[in-house]
Design a binder for this molecule. Structure first.
Ligand SMILES: [Zn+2]
Ligand SMILES: [Zn+2]
Length: 135
């Protein structure tokens, strides 16, 4: 299997993942939007056992409740989030991946927090909170 690669904008943080994502999701929650400055985020849940950190960079982390967010301390790029509810996965922001076009989201989380003017014309399932991830 070809590894998927991801990198921050300064390339201090580079990863490769030798697995397919177990989850690909849009999230509209306030915490995701606030921590990225984006009106919606997309993320891919990758198995931690398949992730290789290619650089020796010190990652910044910020813990908010049950979610830990990781970012590049050099360029500030949001890298990933981890959730206590899915301890085996690391959710990389889809736009952090080198080929985000390969990972179309399959559902929406926290649809009730979607910003009114944001129009996404898909028929994907929309969850009030999030889909339970079967590990
Ligand atoms: Zn960086
Ligand atoms: Zn979120």
């Amino acid at each position: 299997m070809n590894a998927h690669r991801g990198h921050c904008r300064c390339e201090s943080v580079v990863i490769s993942v030798s697995a397919e994502p177990e989850v690909s999701v849009y999230c509209h929650c306030d915490d995701c939007c606030r921590s990225t400055g984006a009106p919606v985020i997309a993320a891919v849940g990758m198995p931690k056992s398949a992730i290789k950190w290619e650089t020796e960079t010190k990652l910044g982390t910020y813990v908010n409740g049950t979610c830990t967010r990781t970012f590049c301390t050099t360029c500030g790029t949001p890298v990933a989030q981890e959730h206590e509810s899915a301890p085996d996965l690391m959710f990389f922001y889809t736009a952090f991946m080198d080929e985000p076009e390969k990972f179309p989201p399959t559902f929406h989380s926290f649809e009730g927090q979607q910003i009114d003017w944001l129009k996404l014309g898909d028929d994907l399932p929309r969850y009030t909170r999030t889909k339970v991830i079967e590990a």
